[in-house]
Design a protein around this ligand. Structure first.
Ligand SMILES: Nc1ncnc2c1ncn2[C@@H]1O[C@H](COP(=O)(O)OP(=O)(O)O)[C@@H](O)[C@H]1O
Ligand SMILES: [Mg+2]
Length: 225
């Protein structure tokens, strides 16, 4: 599903950030990306849908991530950014959730009922005509997730999805993710959330994978609870 070989990356002014990452993920597998702030987790994840392109090889669903495959890759990989504000930008939640489909050339007549059904399944129906910016953090995150899931990705990447959520919001998100059958890569500092939503974990340290194993094993080993 995801295959990364010897991935290295540096920002224009940063020095090396990713230093030879090897990573694989099977179809349907849920993996937690753990590790301290600044260890390169977000930078790594941004390579999986080609927002960043470093040196090395990134293959997603059999497609090598490269400038000419970006459109294909982004249909396979759904990305819920750490800040939902970066993802929501239209005047209403419904329009925002439909945007990706419309952008793919799907007609409004077809996109609208699909978007409405997705809103329903994420308990967002009452917010369909509201301005996304006026929603609570949890509602914003669900709206962003709705738009991403509507594209029917094969891999779902979530960057610190529990940030700004209250405990019931976290529980609800966790339950929702456990029901999804697609592969998930979840960056989080919330160990309990990681344990609930993933079976395997990868621990980042200074741009390298310091360890991988079962989520429980990695949390114990790094005292990461
Ligand atoms: N746009 C950028 N330009 C320069 N350096 C960056 C940029 N984004 C992140 N970095 C640096 O890259 C390192 C890894 O950041 P990041 O991938 O966000 O880590 P994490 O997600 O694990 O907290 C940090 O040292 C950070 O300062
Ligand atoms: Mg990050």
């Amino acid at each position: 599903m995801i295959q990364v070989r010897d991935l290295c990356y540096e920002y224009a002014d940063s020095g090396p950030i990713l230093r030879g990452i090897h990573f694989t993920q099977a179809p349907g597998e849920s993996v937690a990306l753990l590790g301290p702030n600044g260890s390169g987790k977000t930078t790594f994840a941004l390579h999986l849908n080609g927002i960043l392109q470093g040196v090395g090889e990134v293959v997603v669903c059999g497609i090598r991530v490269a400038p000419e495959t970006l459109e294909q890759v982004r249909r396979k990989v759904g990305f819920v950014f750490q800040s939902s504000e970066n993802q929501l930008f239209l005047p209403t939640v419904l329009e925002d959730v439909m945007f990706g489909l419309l952008n793919q050339g799907v007609s409004v007549t077809e996109a609208r009922p699909r978007a409405e059904a997705m809103l329903e399944s994420l308990h967002l129906t009452p917010y369909a005509d509201r301005n996304p910016f006026h929603l609570s953090a949890g509602e914003k995150r669900r709206a962003a997730l709705a738009g991403v899931l509507l594209m029917e990705p094969e891999v779902l990447i979530l960057d610190e999805p529990t940030t700004f959520l209250d405990p019931p919001g976290i529980r609800e998100l966790s339950a929702m993710l456990r029901k999804l059958e697609i592969a998930q890569l979840i960056i989080t500092h919330d160990s309990r959330f990681a344990l609930e939503t993933t079976t395997r974990a990868v621990f980042f340290e200074k741009g390298q994978i310091a360890a991988e194993g079962s989520t429980q094993e990695i949390i114990d080993r790094f005292d990461w609870l």
